[in-house]
Design a protein around this ligand. Structure first.
Ligand code: ADP
Ligand code: MG
Length: 579
């Protein structure tokens, strides 16, 4: 292995004189005192390797020695990760006191002593390739696959497969023989370099399957799909966290992974205290049972912060290879971009806009590109749906992170200060937000088959009405209530009905919080009927009066258990009002 000698130290950037080949991204360990500091190669020029140390370089001296490992930053993947909290380097945060490790200390991400109930899938003599399912264990009610090593080349023959029984993660569960006659012992643990996308699937079509979240402004208005991408920009206090919790709890996903990149340590502590409290409405058990949190704060070293979103994505891809539906949320990707900026500035690279690295766009696009709905070799499907929040400084949506994200993410849920101030929650702006999936023919086909073929035209019509309502509101603002025709008031109030009945949703009301698709379908039909009804009024005061009453009944309907007697009576009242 290549060795190096420290020749310069600037904060976390260390220059090493090396005695052999070193590649970009390679991991090395620098010895200082009794500690071993982990570092990643950022740049190699001649005999000099510039490395970024993942922790404090305090006391590090020129002349200190380093050893290169020959591999990139990688993580261990195996049973035993669910419900854990890790940092960006996969240190188990639950094993430490507080959120910080001592320098040079790394924890084992997986429990090596725990026994797992293993059931074999393959049989002796079967031919397998990398990522093929060899067996199964269960963790917190999730069936997890034990797969052929991701690094396996070509086809191998199963020479041994462990019988059903209890095994530890490092016990041999299979022996494979390659075409070259090489024998490979397989245990339950995989390794993967986090910055490389897993490509262990046969096809990655454009995603098309609606991912139900129970949040109406998403499902009805701007749907996200299984394996799709979206982003949520919003200033502080506009409801990013509430929305993220709602989606995490309610979305039809098997595994939820949260990459928490906080500005301050207390934001991350908030996640650690809030998430374990969340109840999974699908099972009634703790959501945390099928969740992993990858956390970092801005007082962690920059390289660890940069790594965290990749670590989270790699875990997501791992579960996707098992045919599971994974929901990955990153809050906020702006912190990740800031880490990229700090690194690039320390490297004294030529900066791009706002001092972000020149290739920020490519980095964001590659990252979002790892999400997806995939067909596995065995014909099964898996998905990673990715939603990232962006916290643009001063709510400026023209800054580079937002702009570059907008180019790649297919859904945009813009949280708006003005709506939050008016308590119109979730404060997703109905005009600027979008879902590109609404334009996909595959998605239309799916909706046609699973809901009905009137759904999308109705949604598009309501979106147009929201736009028209906004224009009229502006006119009324300028010309006064009497300055526009009475029909304008009717049109405006119809858009208010859409807003109050479909878009606004109380995340803290037991019934209103989650709206199943069948119920959303009924609400969409009802609101469309209201919007298409011809109302004749003599003056705008009557309009206001009528619609306030109507909206009130609709809200009560939203708070009532679906198809209960009470619910049906509200629906009847609404139908009577538009006769
Ligand atoms: P952020 O994470 O963007 O700083 P939060 O998610 O913490 O903002 O939301 C701030 C507050 O807004 C919440 O404490 C809550 O009172 C209110 N809020 C946000 N979304 C909703 C919602 N869907 N229903 C009811 N209240 C909401
Ligand atoms: Mg928040």
């Amino acid at each position: 292995m290549t060795k190096g000698t420290v020749s310069g130290v600037v904060s976390n950037m260390v220059t090493l004189r090396v005695d052999g080949p070193v590649q970009q991204g390679e991991i090395c360990y620098i010895k200082t005192g009794g500690d071993r500091l982990m570092a990643e190669v950022i740049k190699v020029v001649g005999q000099d390797a510039y490395v970024q140390v993942f922790e404090s370089t305090r006391g590090l001296k020129v002349g200190s020695e380093a050893e290169f490992t020959g591999h990139m930053l990688e993580i261990q993947l195996g049973p035993g990760m669910l419900s854990h909290n890790y940092d960006g380097l996969q240190n188990d945060l639950d094993k430490m006191e507080g959120v910080f490790l001592k320098r040079g200390e790394y924890t084992n991400p997986l429990d090596e002593e725990r026994l797992w109930d293993f059931t074999p899938i393959v049989q002796l003599g079967d031919k397998v390739q990398e990522s093929d399912w060899l067996g199964e264990v269960e963790e917190n009610h999730q069936p997890l696959k034990i797969m052929a090593p991701f690094q396996l080349k070509g086809t191998a023959t199963v020479k041994y497969i462990a019988p059903a029984g209890q095994y530890k993660i490092h016990d041999m569960i299979a022996m494979l023989e390659t075409e070259q006659g090489e024998q490979i012992k397989v245990d339950m643990v995989q390794h993967w370099p986090v910055k490389f996308a897993m490509t262990n699937y046969t096809e990655k079509p454009r995603p098309f399957k609606l991912l139900e979240t129970g949040v109406r402004t998403i499902d009805t208005f701007n749907p996200i799909v299984e394996g799709g991408t979206g982003f949520i920009p919003g200033p502080f206090g506009t409801g990013k966290t509430v929305l993220q919790h709602a989606i995490s709890k309610q979305a039809e996903a098997d595994i939820v992974i949260i990459a928490a990149c906080g500005e301050r340590a207390n934001e991350v502590v908030e996640i650690f205290t809030e998430f374990p409290e969340l109840i999974d409405p699908h099972t009634g058990r703790k959501l945390m049972e099928r969740t992993i949190i990858i956390a970092n704060t801005s007082n962690m070293p920059v390289a660890a912060r940069e790594a965290s979103v990749y670590t989270a994505m790699t875990m997501a891809e791992y579960y996707r290879s098992m045919g599971l539906r994974v929901l990955l949320m990153a809050d906020s990707t702006s912190r990740w971009a800031q880490a990229l900026r700090e690194m690039s500035n320390r490297m004294e690279e030529l900066p791009g806009p706002d001092a972000f690295p020149m290739d920020l766009g490519a980095l964001i696009s590659n990252f979002y590109g790892r999400a997806g709905y995939v067909y596995l070799r065995n014909g099964k499907v898996g998905s990673v749906t990715f939603l990232g929040t962006v916290s643009p400084a001063g709510g400026n949506l023209k800054e580079p992170v937002t702009e570059n994200t907008k180019k790649v993410a297919r859904c945009f849920y813009g949280l708006e200060q003005d709506r939050a101030d008016k308590k119109r929650y979730p404060a997703v702006n109905p005009i600027d937000s979008y879902s590109k999936y609404l334009e996909y023919p595959e998605f239309a086909e799916y909706i046609k088959n699973h809901i009905n073929d009137r759904w999308i035209p109705k949604v598009l019509a309501l979106k147009t009405r929201m736009q028209r309502g906004k224009e009229i509101a502006e006119q009324i603002n300028i010309l006064g209530d009497d300055g526009v025709p009475v029909e304008y008031h009717v049109t405006f109030w119809k858009s208010e009905v859409i807003d109050f009945v479909i878009l606004q949703q109380d995340a803290f009301d037991e019934i209103d919080a989650v709206t199943p698709l069948s119920r959303q379908e009924e609400i969409l039909d009802l609101v469309t009927d209201i919007c298409e009804h011809d109302f004749a009024f003599d003056n705008f005061l009557d309009v206001v009066d009528f619609f306030k009453k109507l909206i009130n009944v609709c809200k009560q309907m939203n708070y009532s258990a679906y198809q209960s007697e009470q619910y049906n009576s509200y629906v009847q009242q609404i139908k009577d009002m538009i006769k």
